[in-house]
Write a protein that binds this ligand. Structure first.
Ligand SMILES: Nc1ncnc2c1ncn2[C@@H]1O[C@H](COP(=O)(O)OP(=O)(O)OP(=O)(O)O)[C@@H](O)[C@H]1O
Ligand SMILES: [Mg+2]
Length: 274
């Protein structure tokens, strides 16, 4: 059971890029062990929220807390680096080190940042590669892998830091449809094991299936949030309804939730103009 004190808490977060207000009072909470999805149209501020949580961006107003760390007031880069040891971040572009083998990609940060010894770091790395079903590619280089395989390595690399929380920002949107399912399967398993996750995703069925809580954003505000069932089956806001109708196909009808990774590869991936 998740504890009551949220692991992540955003309160009235406002952020502008120059004269462009991008976040206009975001409130968001993530309990330990929860999978929380953020969905919404392009440009609504989803990635900006994740970047605020990691301290990559500093809001002009509001409070952001991760565990005991007050992220919005961190003044020094060293403090932000400490935070990023605890918060894994997986992006659309996997950003593996191309000149390092898969195994070395997983070993380098635990050794250099956490000071772990090589044997322990390698043992951990191999176990994590097995977890994402990539142990047979430990000695390959990223350029020799498919996009889906690279993304699974990127997830294992984030896990190698033993983070308290992992943020996923549209990690499947650059992938070939055939490899989307294998990455979603890995994420699903992590959430089932109780890893605290925040996902920005365009994979609506997947968000519906795995999320404890779903936030719908538009124009820098949270339009509504609630359980996956609430948001997907009975959204309160007309904006959410319209968005989901576009995202899930014109009929807006819901099929059965898919558990088959191969089915998931073919599920609706919206391109929005709402
Ligand atoms: N570094 C930046 N400098 C200036 N404007 C930015 C910057 N990053 C994002 N923005 C703007 O902030 C707004 C929100 O961007 P953000 O990337 O958070 O949207 P998003 O919801 O993640 O969209 P998408 O679904 O397309 O990834 C956009 O209007 C974007 O142009
Ligand atoms: Mg984004």
């Amino acid at each position: 059971m998740p504890s009551i004190e949220p692991l992540v808490s955003l309160r009235d977060v406002h952020l502008s890029f120059g004269a462009n207000p991008v976040l206009k009072g975001i409130d968001l909470e993530v309990l330990r062990g929860q999978a929380v999805s953020i969905i919404g149209p392009s440009g609504s501020g989803k990635s900006t929220i994740l970047r605020c949580i990691t301290g990559l961006l500093q809001p002009q107003r509001g409070s952001i807390r991760v565990g005991q760390t007050q992220v919005d007031t961190l003044a020094q880069e060293a403090q932000r680096i400490e935070l990023r040891k605890r918060v894994g971040f997986v992006f659309q572009q996997y950003n593996l080190f191309p000149h390092l083998s898969v195994l070395e990609n997983l070993v380098i940060a635990p050794r250099k940042v956490l000071g772990r010894n090589r044997t322990d770091a390698e043992n951990d790395a191999r176990a994590l590669l097995a977890k994402v079903r990539m142990e047979h590619k430990a000695d390959a280089y990223p350029g020799q892998l498919s996009g889906g395989q690279q993304q699974r390595v990127a997830i294992a690399r984030a896990l190698a830091m033993r983070p308290e929380l992992i943020l996923f920002d549209e990690v499947t949107s650059a992938l070939d449809p055939e490899t989307v399912g294998e990455v979603l399967t890995v994420i699903r398993e992590l959430t089932e094991e109780g890893m605290t996750c925040v996902l920005v995703t365009h994979e609506m069925r997947f968000a519906e299936e795995i999320s404890d809580v779903v936030y719908f954003t538009e124009h820098g505000v949270i339009v509504e949030h609630g359980s996956a069932a609430q948001i997907f089956q009975n959204p309160a806001s007309e904006r959410t309804q319209t968005f989901l109708r576009h995202a899930l196909g014109d009929s807006g009808r819901r099929g059965p939730v898919a558990h088959d990774p191969y089915l998931l590869t073919h599920l609706s991936r919206y391109s929005l103009s709402v």
